[in-house]
Write a new protein. Structure first.
Length: 174
């Protein structure tokens, strides 16, 4: 939190005194009296504002793998993102979390929302994501509401914190 430094200065109209010029009784001049001048203002102390960094809300993400391992457990990857700053696709790629199946690795549209190879299912935390975009409404119109295109899904809204659980969909489920 920044420290505020205060100072005061007040402005008053000048008061006048009379003086005679060359001791002549009919010549009178009004001279302003010197009065203190006060002004108020506040400033941030630079050392105090630099000492406290701004805390941005974060979204915790869990990515459940598309297929169970030999023990029947689904692998889970985790990531953290600053709320409202990234697309789900970019978070997954930045954290080296598998997004595309074999076909999608070669044939994805690069985030344009036109190929459907980055479909994921939101298991929990859909309130922390943006509404479906026009591209999603066109491409996913016959798919469940929980399905999203990772390239069109913004994680958070710059004000909220929370947790989102994402199921990476296997190619056959599409």
């Amino acid at each position: 939190m920044a420290t505020m430094n205060f100072a005061s200065i007040s402005l008053r109209p000048p008061e006048f005194s009379t003086a005679t010029i060359n001791n002549h009784p009919k010549s009178t001049t009004f001279l302003p009296k010197k009065r203190p001048l006060f002004v108020s203002f506040a400033t941030n102390s630079p050392e105090s504002s630099a000492a406290v960094p701004e805390i941005k809300p974060e979204i915790q993400l869990e990515f459940i793998g598309p297929k169970p391992d030999a023990n029947g457990n689904y692998p889970v990857d985790t990531a953290t993102a600053i709320s409202g700053e990234k697309l789900l696709r970019n978070i997954m790629l930045d954290n080296k979390i598998e997004l595309y199946a074999t076909y999608g690795k070669v044939m994805n549209c690069g985030g344009g929302g036109s190929c459907g190879t980055c479909i994921v299912e939101i298991i929990d935390g859909k309130d922390f994501l943006n509404e479906r975009t026009n591209a999603e409404l066109r491409y996913l119109k016959k798919k469940p509401e929980s399905w999203r295109l990772a390239c069109q899904t913004i994680v958070g809204n710059k004000e909220n914190s929370g947790k989102v659980v994402v199921q990476r969909l296997p190619q056959w489920k599409k």
